[in-house]
Design a protein around this ligand. Sequence first.
Ligand SMILES: Nc1ncnc2c1ncn2[C@@H]1O[C@H](COP(=O)(O)OP(=O)(O)O)[C@@H](O)[C@H]1O
Ligand SMILES: [Mg+2]
Length: 285
Amino acid sequence: MRSLLLEVRRGEVFGFLGPNGAGKSTSVKMLLGLVAPTAGDALLLGHPVGDVETRRKIGFLPEHFRFYDWLTPAELLRLHGRLYGMPAARLRERVPELLDLVGLALHRDKQLRHFSKGMLQRIGLAQALLSDPELIFLDEPTSGLDPGGRRLVREIIKAQRERGATVLLNSHLLSEVERTCDRVAFIQHGEVLETRELEALLDGETSVAVRARKLPVDVARGLALWATAVALDGERLTFRVADADVLPDVLRYLVAQGADVYEFTPERQSLEELFLEIVGSDGGL
Ligand SMILES: Nc1ncnc2c1ncn2[C@@H]1O[C@H](COP(=O)(O)OP(=O)(O)O)[C@@H](O)[C@H]1O
Ligand SMILES: [Mg+2]
């Protein structure tokens, strides 16, 4: 039997990563009590799944949501606020604040049926933040968003972390995750393959691409002190270092040897590459 073991720490942004169909959304729905697991249990903020008081402290942006499309964004937020049991006075402040935050203030009185996918995603996000939740589930929050919207999601997530909230982020878009998460888990076929700190994960071997003129002919020998896989092709020099801390020394060496350096670009292994290494390039399908 496959089992999903997952522990998310308070106050962290946790990336739940995996290919399409891995079971990310289903896992979140089980945590929220929207899908009943055949076996197993989970605690949310220290309480069993389904505890009503705990639910008030949770925000959720579903992957595919359907809102009453005759409502305006302000009406939708007020409705959800009432469902959370928020007092009317608090909602009067909170609704305009959130519409502003997600960039929908100008559309506050337009019916949702006239909204684009990206605008709906923004109102979905606002709805997930409504009650200042302690724990926030965002299922593919950047889907359908333009670059500005994606940056907004990153900023929102950062602000939530600063406020002390815990964020669990489902994503198959790794470059988004790369910038926002503290830890990530890789899931495939309903099973967690790895959980790692993102810093440590991305801190491995670095490849460096250099463009320079007047490079010394024996540059490979000179760089051997720090680097491996040194290759020189005209003005292009590439090599790898085990630790990025040595890069200033390498650059000083090149300059001291009389090279005119135009570009010196470290390229870390991306989460994308790592992900493919862990789950396999077929995405496990
Ligand atoms: N633990 C599980 N046991 C059985 N079926 C699962 C499980 N997790 C997911 N599934 C099934 O796999 C499919 C894709 O799951 P989903 O959670 O939508 O994937 P993801 O969000 O990672 O793309 C769904 O049909 C779902 O019912
Ligand atoms: Mg999903």
